[in-house]
Design a protein around this ligand. Structure first.
Ligand code: ZN
Length: 64
């Protein structure tokens, strides 16, 4: 029932180890994140925590 709306979201800039594509992903994603180019799994969700499986280039803190 409760809806937690966080005011701050963390975004990560990552690089795909397979094809070299760089993309920005949401650091608190609830589901798998795939490379938009080759569909390699870049991050997966484990118990509410995002597990990044590729190279993190930058952490972008964004205030919404
Ligand atoms: Zn890729």
């Amino acid at each position: 029932m409760s809806k937690n709306a966080k005011t701050r979201s963390r975004f990560l800039k990552v690089k795909c180890n397979d094809c070299g594509n760089e993309q920005v992903i949401f650091g608190c994603a609830a589901s798998e994140i795939k490379c938009i180019v080759c569909e390699k799994v870049l991050a997966s969700s484990t118990g509410g925590k995002t597990l990044v499986k590729t190279e993190i280039l930058e952490v972008l803190d964004k205030n919404i």
